[in-house]
Design a protein around this ligand. Structure first.
Ligand code: SAM
Length: 402
């Protein structure tokens, strides 16, 4: 560290002396008095060292780290901010001990006026995850619940999540059905939108944060694995903070599926649908399959649902492959829609097949958006989802509603 002439360590403000042990600091002095001393943070390593020094010491340490991350984002040249994090392809030598995802959540904490107010520090929980959930609430609402004693140091992440759900439930649901560019082949009503085409193009204008639940059952062949990355990227953009992705998947390529989903989303859980034993011969392992995994993800920092505890074994429902060889049964989707979403929620299936997941969504009073590439299956979906009197719909209604 270079000290200006006439200054020694003792003349530095105490806070600056903490930085004495950190490499890469330059102190400059314009007038020769310690009151005028300024420090310069020059590059991502300096910022990373500063955040590392703050991090996890206390609420004030977390908030200081969050403010530094925000300032670093605002002041570093384009592309340099990411180098502070350990998951960057060219990180600084001593990166901060978390990924850029956590960094972004902490910036949101720093940008929340209530949380950033030093007067509240002693009432806040000393957990960055809990603070990141609180950051999703407007400062005015946080003031209100703070006055009511609901924000306190002992609160846990689930308490913060409950506050988010209570806030959302108190809001009038005026959000209209997301509007998408429609082609002549599409079907658009105020509760149902069905689009023919590739979801990667057709959903490009679906507004950010506009979807409560993505249910999807992508094709399983290995050559289609890229769809999992595109699905994850879409979900990370269009899901609300409380939104959830549930994906039906096979098991042969499960590690690759998990890797691709994890590039954009956070893993939450895995449900199982129990089936009668399949007679199909598996080429990867000598088993008779009797269950299917359903993977549950949320976007980074997503708020977990506020619903009753339930078993993670789901009933398979009626087996019916009469419309399509990969047709699923609607009952497991219905159980999850009922548990994880509120009436009027927006449910999306970007790879619709013959429209199976739309059936319970509409039966349970949710709004539904579906996209399908194949014109024949798209037409079947339109017919199935706009004709509640079809015999198969009547049979499904009986099992979905109870
Ligand atoms: C496993 S099937 C879904 C079956 C569906 N769950 C059902 O019960 O009918 C996968 C579907 O994704 C569709 N698909 C594949 N790639 C797509 C894409 N890029 N955009 C939209 N649909 C796609 C396929 O045409 C196929 O119908």
């Amino acid at each position: 560290m270079t000290l200006p002439e006439g200054l020694d360590n003792a003349s530095f403000p105490k806070a600056f002396q903490v930085l004495d042990n950190l490499p890469g600091w330059t102190f400059t002095d314009s007038t020769g008095t310690d009151a005028e001393v300024t420090y310069q943070v020059e590059d991502p390593q300096d910022w990373a060292d500063r955040v590392r020094a703050d991090w996890r010491r206390s609420v004030s340490g977390i908030l200081a780290a969050a403010a530094d991350l925000r300032d670093a984002r605002d002041r570093l040249p384009h592309g340099e901010w990411g180098r502070m994090f350990r998951n960057h392809r060219d990180p600084v030598v001593r990166p901060v001990p978390f990924t850029d995802r956590t960094g972004r959540l902490l910036v949101a904490v720093a940008e929340n006026r209530f949380l950033a107010d030093r007067n509240h520090g002693s009432d806040l929980p000393p957990s960055w995850r809990t603070l990141a959930v609180l950051a999703k609430l407007p400062p005015e609402y946080l003031e209100e619940v703070h006055r009511a004693g609901q924000v306190h140091p002992e609160m846990e992440r689930s308490d913060a999540e409950r506050l988010v759900h209570e806030y959302l439930e108190a809001q009038p649901r005026t959000d209209p059905m997301p509007v998408l560019r429609a082609a002549p082949s599409d079907l658009v009503t105020d509760r149902l939108t069905l689009l023919l085409g590739d979801f990667r193009e057709r959903l490009a204008d679906l507004p950010d944060g506009s979807v409560d639940l993505v249910l999807s059952d992508p094709p399983y062949p290995r050559e289609d694995l890229g769809l999992w990355s595109d699905l994850a990227e879409l979900a990370a953009r269009v899901l609300a903070d409380t939104g959830i992705l549930v994906a039906w998947t096979g098991r042969a390529d499960l590690p690759e599926v998990l890797r691709r989903l994890g590039e954009h989303l956070e893993y939450r859980w895995c449900y199982a649908i129990r089936y009668a034993e399949s007679q199909a011969r598996m080429w990867t392992w000598p088993v008779r399959q009797a269950w299917k995994p359903l993977l549950v993800y949320q976007k980074p920092g997503g708020v977990r649902p506020h619903c009753e505890r339930h078993p993670d074994f789901l009933e398979a429902g009626r087996r019916d492959k009469s419309l399509y060889k990969w047709q699923q049964s609607p009952e497991p989707a219905g159980q999850l829609i009922g548990l994880l979403t509120r009436p009027d929620a927006v449910v999306l299936d970007p790879m619709l097949g013959v429209g199976t997941f739309g059936v319970p969504a509409l039966e349970l009073g949710r709004r539904f958006i579906g996209v399908e590439l194949d014109p024949g299956r798209f037409q079947t979906s339109v017919d199935r989802l706009t004709n509640p009197d079809r015999p198969d719909r009547q049979a499904e209604r009986a099992t979905i509603n109870g």
